[in-house]
Design a protein around this ligand. Structure first.
Ligand code: NAD
Ligand code: ZN
Length: 269
């Protein structure tokens, strides 16, 4: 048995033993849907320096460049489809033997939602939403914003400029987004639950397709360790989070679908 097959087998056992699962996802989960991560491309995101297109300073300096970039990201997202990793995560959420499940994603695409995930925390916002820089109004988009070179910068009814409703580098996350995560860990951290986490692996944390470089993984691996949760990294490459994990599955995120194959008859998505 090779190493990936062996670690996938262990993952399968741990998934079966778990009663509470938290999945923490990054751009790698959408890579198999054809949406590139940027760390894999040497720090460039579709040929742009991240500082130019994904920071408040970049937006202030050149909003047209930033809107061109996000309009292109939106156009690339429309024909993309959820991949087996997104679908497996949605299927796990609907597993009736679980007491608790939470999907925490750093992705701004909408592929988790389209795959059927509902217990979802989107830490970094939503590519398919705009936010007014004046009145703060949020608007959901069903298609990409009109080409900013031909139609000008997207504007709110109040006259102010719109921006993508995503969290840029150097911006703070809304503290409210952390509440479901804290609730998940609180309910998994009583003394007897901690013991069951340790003895029976009842709490499982999956780190999928994330380098952990943004926000240091938001302390999720540290909190998970403190309550004796099992931690599994699913990522073809070693990452900053690898030392925090108990098991590394060195494979693309879609391996999760294989690890839950035996659950399929019970899935009701
Ligand atoms: P990241 O920091 O989460 O790193 C990407 C990780 O994915 C790397 O560790 C890489 O080894 C891994 N990976 C690559 N292919 C994979 C696969 N098939 N299966 C599993 N793992 C795989 O993500 P990032 O690209 O550095 O982006 C940081 C931030 O930029 C994100 O948090 C997000 O807000 C934004 N971003 C979002 C998207 C998206 O929404 N699809 C895409 C790019 C960037
Ligand atoms: Zn407005």
């Amino acid at each position: 048995m090779d190493e990936t097959t062996a670690s996938t087998e262990t993952l399968r056992e741990w998934l079966n033993a778990a009663k509470r699962i938290l999945a923490f996802c990054g751009a790698g989960v959408s890579a198999e849907s054809g949406l590139p991560t940027f760390r894999d491309a040497g720090g460039l995101w579709e040929g742009h320096a991240v500082e130019d297109v994904a920071t408040p300073e970049g937006f202030a300096a050149d909003p047209l460049l930033v809107w061109r970039f996000y309009a292109a990201r939106q156009r690339a997202l429309l024909p993309a489809e959820p991949n087996p990793a997104h679908r497996a995560l949605a299927a796990i959420e609907h597993e009736s033997h679980l007491d608790d499940f939470l999907l925490v994603s750093q992705n701004v695409d909408d592929l988790h939602e389209r795959a059927g995930s509902r217990r979802l925390v989107k830490l970094h916002g939503n590519l398919m939403e705009t936010r007014c820089t004046g009145c703060g109004r949020l608007e959901r988009l069903t298609t990409a914003v009109p080409d900013p070179d031909r139609h000008g910068l997207p504007q709110c009814h109040c006259g102010a400029m719109l921006r993508p409703n995503v969290v840029w580098f150097g911006e703070w996350l809304d503290p409210l987004v952390f509440q479901p995560i804290l609730r998940f860990f609180e309910s998994a951290s009583g003394p007897s639950q901690r013991r069951r986490n340790q003895d029976r692996g009842e709490t499982l944390v999956l780190l999928m397709g994330t380098s952990g470089l943004v926000g240091g993984g938001y302390n999720i691996p540290d909190i998970a360790r403190s309550i004796h949760a099992r931690i599994v990294e699913i990522n073809p490459s070693e990452t900053y989070l690898t030392p925090h994990s108990h098991l590394a599955v060195r494979a693309p995120a879609s391996i999760l679908a294989r690890a839950i194959e035996s659950w399929a008859p019970r899935i009701s998505t």
